[in-house]
Every structure is written in structure tokens, then in C-alpha cells.
Design a protein around this ligand. Structure first.
Ligand code: ZN
Length: 87
């Protein structure tokens, strides 16, 4: 009986800890989703700008220093307006 009581204690503590962690996770996930939405909005705006640059023929040129953006960088970040040095 005594052994069972002692064994049950850490389980209770664990459940409390898990409950707290779950709430923190939920809050963190909510925060992450908000951040993601904001970032998606920023990315959409950048993509829109990139399409405009494609139309007027300035796509691929850094908007800061005017040098050509590396193809590797454009491949990973097609929406980037600046080269690796300026970004
Ligand atoms: Zn640059």
C-alpha cells in the first residue's frame, strides 16, 4: 500500500506538468499560426513585387545595390528583392 502511494506521486506530478505543457503548447501554436499568417502576407507582397519586376524586366537585379542576384538565391527565394550581400 505504501509502495503504491509512493509510486503514484510522481505520476500525479507528471500529469500536472503535461497539462501545463499542453496549455503552453496551445498558446505557442496559436502564436506560431499568427506569425505564419503575417509571414505569408509579407511573402505574398514580395511575390507580387517580384511579378512586377518580371513584367518591367528588372527581375533578378538587387533593389539595393543593383547587382545581379545569384540564381541559387532566386531558386530558393524567388520573391527576394535583394542579393545575398544586401539581404
Ligand atoms: Zn545587393
Amino acid at each position: 500500500m505504501k509502495v503504491t502511494d509512493e509510486a503514484a506521486k510522481p505520476v500525479e506530478l507528471d500529469q500536472t506538468a503535461v497539462g501545463r505543457l499542453s496549455r503552453m503548447d496551445a498558446l505557442q501554436n496559436q502564436h506560431l499560426t499568427q506569425n505564419l499568417k503575417e509571414r505569408e502576407g509579407v511573402r505574398y507582397a514580395l511575390l507580387h513585387e517580384a511579378l512586377k519586376r518580371l513584367e518591367n524586366g528588372t527581375y533578378g537585379a538587387c533593389s539595393e545595390c543593383g547587382s545581379e542576384i545569384d540564381f541559387d538565391r532566386l531558386f530558393v527565394f524567388p520573391e527576394t528583392p535583394v542579393c545575398a550581400a544586401c539581404g
